[in-house]
Write a protein that binds this ligand. Structure first.
Ligand code: SF4
Length: 301
């Protein structure tokens, strides 16, 4: 069995810089409480590793970000790589918190583009995932932005000129379908794809696989870019694509009669977890069974 890593895969620049910002905050403010509003990047192991640094993730699905922020009265607040609504950042400063904004520059670029088009008088349609923090931050820019989640449920044709863009981690296939459907409805719509370079390159690397019998996608199921890698694989004709969080999720049943197994990883997946999967697969190839593994949380970040 051949075990190969898909290149590129794993950490993107936005994730690297968000994690670095959190670690720097710990160094810069050794005596302050440090909170992250939401998961700094969408990977539970990264969140657990930050806890080891005394960095607390506030991610209560039953509370709005506004409500969660109101409960923080001292220390450092870190906003995540997915971007943050301007009103939340303003409120954190009003509360006297030390604010660290780890928004990815590509996310900020999309937000700025949307603001520009709003000022130019466009109605804005944004293709994204409901309740995803990146989409929530964009929707907070203006009530005039419409979130598109279903190609079969487009809003009515607008009276104003229309601008269409998207969340940075969408599938290139899905965005192409949306763009086609929107062009049929509003032929003169101005459409600008904002899939980020890291996402596009990781998806293309999967589309280019020629001899893949089985693809493992290592990552957290809450990560949109990770889930999209699986969708891309299946749409590209890869016979089997399995999303796993760690090497512990490997199943030898999947490996029977497999000649070429590839491993990719979401942009928020720690390299340590991906390397562990590759090592476990090589072990299986040599010994005929999977190893028993422990995950060293200290090795995550
Ligand atoms: S996936 Fe793209 S937009 Fe998201 S953090 Fe990484 S580089 Fe930035």
């Amino acid at each position: 069995m051949q075990v190969k890593k898909v290149i590129p895969s794993g950490y993107c620049k936005g994730v690297i810089s968000a994690i670095a910002a959190a670690k720097k905050a710990r160094n810069d403010y050794p005596h302050e409480k440090i909170y992250v509003l939401g998961m700094i990047v969408h990977n539970t192991y990264v969140t657990k590793a930050l806890e080891k640094y005394g960095i607390i993730t506030i991610d209560d699905k039953n509370k709005t970000k506004e409500a969660a922020l109101e409960e923080i009265n001292e220390g450092v607040i870190i906003f995540t790589a997915h971007g943050i609504a301007a009103n939340l950042k303003k409120r954190a400063l009003e509360k006297g918190l030390i604010v660290i904004d780890a928004s990815c520059t590509d996310v900020i670029k999309t937000q700025e583009l949307i603001l520009k088009r709003l000022f130019e008088g466009y109605e804005v349609w944004y293709i994204g995932k409901a309740k995803h923090p990146e989409a929530e931050a964009v929707l907070a820019i203006s009530p005039d932005i419409k979130l598109l989640t279903d190609i079969h449920n487009l809003p009515p044709k607008p009276l104003k000129k229309l601008f269409v863009t998207n969340q940075t981690t969408m599938s290139v296939y899905d965005i192409a379908d949306f763009q086609k459907g929107i062009k049929e409805l509003v032929p003169d719509a101005l459409i600008e794809s904002e899939i980020c370079n890291a996402t596009a390159m990781r998806q293309k690397a999967i589309m280019d696989l020629k001899d893949c019998d089985l693809l493992y996608i290592v990552g957290d199921p809450v990560s949109n870019n990770t889930r999209q890698l699986r969708n891309i694989a299946l749409k590209s004709g890869i016979k089997k694509a399995v999303l796993i969080e760690t090497a512990k999720d490997l199943n030898s049943e999947d490996l029977k009669d497999v000649e070429n197994v590839y491993v990719t990883a979401g942009a928020s997946t720690p390299t340590y977890l991906t390397d562990q999967v590759i090592e476990a697969l090589k072990y299986y190839d040599e010994k005929g069974f999977l190893p028993t593994l422990d995950i060293d949380i200290n090795a995550i970040i």
